[in-house]
Design a protein around this ligand. Structure first.
Ligand SMILES: [Zn+2]
Length: 69
């Protein structure tokens, strides 16, 4: 079972959510981690951190909002 690494999110692959690994070695991955850190202070992803597609969608919106502000 893969669980979502986002604080307070209990979604997991077992519940039918698509889990995405955070690409830590790419600029996009670093950007995600920075975005999450902006919302959740002191959040540190592990090597195998995954986030569910729901949160990914929210993060995408969040990134778009940041870009247009
Ligand atoms: Zn999640």
């Amino acid at each position: 079972m893969v669980g979502c690494t986002i604080p307070f999110c209990n979604n997991s692959s077992e519940k039918g959510y698509v889990m995405k690994a955070i690409p830590r070695n790419t600029q996009r991955g670093v950007q995600w981690i920075n975005n999450i850190n902006t919302k959740y202070k002191n959040w540190i992803p592990s090597n195998h951190s995954c986030i569910c597609e729901v949160k990914l969608f929210v993060l995408c919106i969040f990134t778009i909002l940041l870009l247009f502000n």
